[in-house]
Write a protein that binds this ligand. Structure first.
Ligand code: COA
Length: 650
């Protein structure tokens, strides 16, 4: 069956794209559209055209699998030129999402009508490219340049209503989208020759301060070049005739599509969708997620509860005593209020979520929860007590999950009567925001537990990555390895602010030591002390972090850590330098300078080496999964594709 069909009823042609799952503009679709356009132009009975899509969405963009390869004819700009130059008006009927090439297609039509729930956007920069088929040239002919700058450089889709307000679409459909599009098409047909979008003038509006925009993007994009290229394309195109602007845009698009940055971002796009591969083929039914139990109302527990509440579940949140219960309830309420303040959740939604929270201190209340997630203090004996209690009160077929980030899931499973129902669900903080979920599969974890983890990830709109049991699973194990190596570099002569600066220059939002100061140095210190007795004395160990902790330098909350915060900002500190020099001397190391390049080479080398070991041991299912963990959970710059992508180990 053809992916593009053409039917004519009462002088109006219906061109329908049917290319599941998201109607991407692959070669066949482009060829089908061009054929339809030619047939229509040769059929005098046709007065107008409605272009629509089958399935869940209007066109969601170019086929990303084709990007980066040699473009195949017919090229999208030629197809759009044919539609725009048609002798009859084309109206796009948009439902779901019109993204990238999909929006470019809609903009080449002579009118646009959308379902009120539709979203429209040019997300190309998130794939390391810019629109390549007139997006930057047609958009400012439909909306003010300021709006165009926001859409093209930010890549975030806009809601139908905002698209209508700015002029991107001509009408919102209140009922029958196709009938409304047909009415608009006939109305346009009655107004004479269709007006090509490219023949319009730029929409007047407040001027754009290009220098200010450039500065803003430079700061935000952390080394990614596509947003700046997008801005430059709009700026350049604004002063050029449309035809010249189109050809410049295309040249830039082709150059970027072949870039390393675009390849890295495509890799992450597909790796995110391929993540949790083994969960997709689990042959079991997940448990019902209408009511979920959460144990522990600290930062993680409250965050997990918030994520569940915002996704529509009811949550029984258990704490030790009345005071802790009240503190946990308050923490959830404050987290929800924060989301309202940031404009990501409406007050009504937050109120509705909070109404589904039932905090308490009695484990017996969990008996009606088919799944419970433990998020108590990271200590084996505390967790053992929790699982012993859960084993007593939970129904025999309930799923038990632990949010441990380090502890042995198999040891915890051994505490329960039926270890097949236990698994790890490692959330990242803040749990209602971070998209990553490490699903830790214990030796005995059963199919129902895994199916439930997959369903939970879907419900919470998180990306699940399956990890086997080892110290730190995927992400924390890699972080522990490069953290250790960074301390070796400190001992060899590097300074904390130099390592941080190298990481920021590479594209991390923060350096390792800034992050440590923010989250506090004490938990890792306690872990090191707990393990001290088992340490192999022949293994290299630096005492630098321990010395900082002993000196009360526990991070921001103590006013000092790797940096001094007495002036309100992070400043390198003489006491830290003194400790470094002493420890270097004790270890017999002659301090030397490290270039930013060398720092990053060491960090990446360690990440990759540990990643390879993780793959060899079967802890991760694919190199792509490791990249997803590092990008979504540890601030690795997305536009570099992850450490394994950089190592060429796809
Ligand atoms: N080209 C090729 N495949 C695409 C695609 C595209 N433009 N957009 C989505 N897909 C594929 C996905 O890889 C996935 O395939 P899989 O089922 O084999 O894993 C499938 O379509 C569904 O996508 P998914 O993202 O899982 O569905 P969703 O409902 O959560 O989101 C979209 C749908 C359209 C919002 C989302 O897929 C998206 O943002 N796509 C990219 C849009 C884009 O950047 N377009 C510009 C391209 S230049």
């Amino acid at each position: 069956m053809s992916v593009v069909s053409l039917e004519v009823h009462d002088q109006v042609a219906s061109v329908i794209i049917d290319n599941p799952p998201v109607n991407a503009l692959g070669r066949e679709v482009r060829a089908g559209l061009l054929d339809a356009c030619r047939s229509i132009d040769q059929d005098p009975s046709v007065k107008a055209v409605v272009l629509s899509c089958k399935g869940r969405s209007f066109v969601a963009g170019a086929d990303i699998r084709e990007l980066g390869k040699r473009p195949l004819e017919p090229y999208l700009p030629d197809v759009l030129a044919a539609i725009e130059g048609s002798r009859v008006p084309w109206v796009a009927a948009i439902h779901g999402t019109a993204l990238g090439g999909g929006l470019e297609l809609a903009m080449a039509c002579h009118g646009r009508v959308t379902a009120p729930s539709a979203k429209l956007g040019l997300p190309e920069v998130t794939l390391g490219i810019i629109p390549g088929s007139g997006g930057t040239v047609r958009l400012p002919r439909l909306v003010p340049m300021r709006t165009a700058v926001g859409m093209v450089t930010g890549g975030k889709p806009v809601e139908a209503e905002a698209a209508f307000d700015t002029g991107l679409v001509d009408a919102l459909s209140n009922g029958n989208l196709l009938a409304d599009a047909r009415a608009m098409a006939l109305e346009l047909a009655g107004q004479g020759d269709p007006v090509p979008t490219l023949s319009r003038r730029l929409v007047p509006g407040d001027p754009v301060d290009w220098t200010v925009e450039e500065g803003r993007l430079l700061k935000r994009s952390r080394g990614a070049t596509a947003p700046l290229e997008a801005l430059a394309t709009l700026r350049e195109g604004a002063d050029l005739p449309a035809a010249e602007a189109l050809s410049r845009e295309r040249a830039r698009f082709l150059r970027l599509a072949a870039s390393h940055e675009a390849a890295a971002l495509r890799h992450i796009f597909f790796a995110e969708r391929a993540a949790g591969q083994s969960l997709k083929s689990v042959d079991a039914k997940p448990v019902d997620l209408t009511h979920v139990g959460v144990i522990g109302g600290g930062t993680m527990g409250a965050g997990i509860a918030t994520a569940l509440l915002l996704s529509g579940s009811g949550v029984r949140l258990i704490e030790r005593n009345a005071t802790a219960v009240e503190a946990a309830r308050r923490r959830v309420a404050e987290t929800l209020a924060g989301s309202v303040k940031r404009g990501v959740v409406t007050q009504a939604k937050a109120d509705d979520a909070l109404a589904r929270l039932i905090p308490g201190d009695d484990y017996a209340a969990l008996a009606d929860c088919p799944v419970v997630i433990e998020a108590v203090f990271e200590d084996m004996s505390v967790k053992r007590e929790v699982f012993a209690a859960l084993d007593d009160v939970m129904p025999a077929d309930a799923i038990l999950a632990t949010n441990t980030s380090y502890l042995d899931v198999n040891d915890l499973a051994a505490m329960t009567r039926d270890p097949s129902r236990l698994l790890g669900l490692h959330f990242f903080s803040p749990a209602h925001v971070m998209k990553l979920l490490e699903v830790v599969r214990g030796g005995a974890t059963g199919a129902r537990a895994l199916a439930t983890a997959a369903a939970l990830a879907r419900l919470l709109r998180k990306i699940p990555v399956v990890a086997g049991v080892c110290d730190g699973f995927i992400g924390n194990r890699i972080m522990a390895a490069y953290r250790r190596d960074c301390e070796f570099m400190l001992e060899e002569g590097a300074l904390p602010h130099e390592i941080d600066a190298a990481m920021r220059d590479f594209g991390f939002a923060m350096g390792l030591y800034e992050v440590q100061d923010m989250s506090g140095l004490d938990i890792a210190w306690a872990q090191r002390r707990a393990r001290a007795a088992h340490r192999d004395p022949s293994e290299r160990y630096t005492h630098i972090a321990d010395r900082l902790c002993e000196a009360g330098r526990l991070g921001r909350k103590a006013g000092k850590g790797w940096y001094d915060y007495s002036t309100g900002v992070a400043e390198p500190d003489a006491e830290v330098l003194h400790i470094l020099e002493e420890e270097s001397e004790k270890a017999g190391r002659i301090r030397r300078r490290f270039s930013a390049e060398e720092v990053m080479q060491r960090i990446l080398g360690v990440m990759q080496e540990e990643g390879r070991a993780i793959l060899r041991e079967g802890i991760a299912e694919s190199a792509g999964d490791i990249d997803v963990v590092m990008v979504l959970g540890y601030g690795f710059p997305r536009h570099k594709g992850g450490p394994m992508f950089m190592a060429g180990a796809r």
